[in-house]
Design a protein around this ligand. Sequence first.
Ligand code: ADE
Length: 258
Amino acid sequence: MRVQVLTIFPELFAPFLATSLVGRAIEKGLLEVRVHDLRSFTEDRHRSVDDEPYGGGGGMVMTAPPWIRAVRALSGESGEGEGEERPWRVLLSPQGARLDEAKVRELGEKRDLILLCGRYEVIDERVRLTVVDEEVSIGDYVLSGGELPAMVLIEALSRQVPGVVKLADSVENDSFRAGLLDYPHYTRPPVVEELAVPEVLTSGDHAAIRRWRQREALRATLAKRPDLLNPPEALARLTPEQRRALDQVRDEARRDEK
Ligand code: ADE
């Protein structure tokens, strides 16, 4: 998978791209990330990327020409031509569709992405109208720029690339993959602050452990994110065994309330 990033702060990406899972994915050639400085696509002496807004009002607006030039250059487009294989262009913005696991998977299938990281208040609307396929937001709050959202997206995307996460299993078990939260995890020491590891996990009974994990994933989802279990298609995704476990966990929760 190839991701190209357009930003006026390319230096923000260096440690992120050199560290941990993303760093290893790049090192192994499973993921390619190229970060480009938007200012390299300016044509004036001051390399300026913003100007005052038409119509007045406070703040500055990022000018369209450097963005349009940059995106076209990175797409390998000479002009208006729409090459078949051109990259999918995503503008990180609080006005975009909210990023979730389904969106990450959808973007991962594109295999070739350009991420536009805006700064300042806003970008000239004509950027969105000419060289953006889709706007994506990482949540309903406003950050000073799209760089952190782009890193969030790159990290989430990298986990989907085959071979990046060591145990394929562990991506499959990730929270949200199956529409459920993860079950609780424990490691040594066996007792922490008088809290012992659940006995089943040290029993060696793999079938019992699997059932416990399934039940606890449902319990966590019900307690922390009941909205994930509400839509009818959420219940349809559960196996009959999971549905029985959910009924059991619900009964227990009701009993605990009394
Ligand atoms: N840029 C500023 N805020 C953002 C957000 N919440 N998501 C994506 N890009 C942004």
